[in-house]
Design a binder for this molecule. Structure first.
Ligand code: KG4
Ligand code: ZN
Length: 345
């Protein structure tokens, strides 16, 4: 029988990671932190027809793609299933039906091979993407987390522990990008569309910053910024004035991102760490990347930014977090269920 207490740890295990929390079916193979393969089959184009992710479509497409994406990842890595030492898969947070496809597939895979299974918190995966860029990265460091569901500054204390220094009171940064895109009539997914349009604009409109001022703790809020963008666009329409969409995009982008960069650097200095890392889909944003790079350089901090393809959802980051848990001996039972939400930290 499958018994988690019987597994013997290897120093450089081959880890198969599976991700299916939203609209990407992904599989990656890592040897230690070395990426041997990283495959994604995305339903984003299909979802774009509906202007966002339809959970039913996501689940069906994962079901069709999960076997294929794993076969491709194993073939790219030149591995057979019997070469795998550990299987890691996202168990939450995300769409339940979508999560269950990758999770069940991964549990069956681990059970048949009789190797450890690690159920991965998707957000910890985003944090662990930094180790892909710098395998010898050692905590403690400060991490900016900015995705479609989360926005927070974290003090990463060890490979398995972090402390939340501050977060958002309402929407996440990625959600705000998606809503801004919708108001501007841009296609799904919103973040890359807003970024593209912003490149031809000037940040000349004074939208409210996403930083909550006069708060005892570090807080961000995106609802005021979102409302300001909606009102600005509607007012222009009502007055019959031409809407400078590129300027709106550039101004929104600045208001959404500048406080994240400023506060991340301030937190790093306050905590006395030498390194800043970042993760989550919004970290693929070119303006965020160059601002954070510049701010860290100015403050004398090292910055570790995962490649853009490892900021948005992928399975290499899930395997990377799988390795963190594997090294700590934190294996999961096969009874682990999918979770729509997981509290941060
Ligand atoms: O991390 P992620 O791929 O999925 C979640 O875990 O949520 O993040 C998705 C979010 C979306 O809201 C998307 O619009 C945003 O990340 N995003 C971006 C960019 N690429 C993706 N936001 C701003 N600029 C981008 N280039
Ligand atoms: Zn994500």
């Amino acid at each position: 029988m499958y018994d988690t207490s019987k597994f013997v740890l290897k120093s450089e295990p081959v880890i198969l990671g599976i991700e299916s929390s939203c609209d990407e079916t992904a599989c990656a193979v890592l040897r230690g932190r070395k990426i041997l393969s990283n495959r994604i089959i995305s339903s984003a184009a299909e979802q774009a027809k509906y202007g966002g992710v339809v959970p039913e479509i996501a689940s069906r497409m994962h079901t069709e793609a999960v076997d294929e994406v794993c076969r491709l990842a194993l073939a790219d890595a030149g591995m057979r299933p019997s070469d795998i030492d550990c299987v890691a898969a996202t168990y939450g947070a995300g769409l339940l039906g979508a999560l269950l496809v990758g999770l069940s597939f991964a549990k069956a895979f681990a059970c048949v091979l009789n190797v450890p299974f690690v159920a991965v918190d998707h957000i910890r995966g985003h944090i662990a993407a930094a180790y892909l860029d710098k395998p010898d990265l050692e905590p403690p460091f400060v991490t900016l987390l900015a995705s479609g569901g989360h926005t927070a500054v974290l003090h990463t204390l060890s490979h398995t522990r972090f402390e939340v220094l501050g977060g958002t009171s309402d929407d996440a940064a990625g959600e705000a990008f998606d809503k801004c895109a919708r108001v501007l009539g841009l296609p799904y997914p919103g973040g890359p569309s807003v970024q593209k349009l912003a490149q031809s604009g000037t940040p000349c409109i004074d939208f409210p910053s996403a930083l909550v001022k006069n708060s005892q703790s570090l807080r961000f809020s995106y609802s005021g910024l979102k409302t300001a963008v909606i009102n600005y666009c509607h007012n222009a329409e009502q007055r019959g004035e031409p809407l400078r969409r590129a300027d709106v995009a550039a101004s929104f982008q600045r208001a959404a991102i500048d406080p994240l960069v400023k506060k991340t650097v301030e937190c790093a200095l306050a905590k006395g760490v030498k390194t800043v890392t970042a993760g989550g889909g919004v970290v693929a944003n070119s303006y965020l990347r160059s601002s954070l790079n510049e701010a860290c350089l100015k403050a004398g901090l090292e910055i570790v930014l995962p490649e853009k393809k490892f900021c948005t959802d992928n399975a290499a980051m899930i395997a990377s977090e799988g390795l963190n848990q594997y090294m700590a001996g934190n294996f999961s039972p096969l009874s682990v269920n999918a979770a729509a939400a997981i509290p941060l930290g």
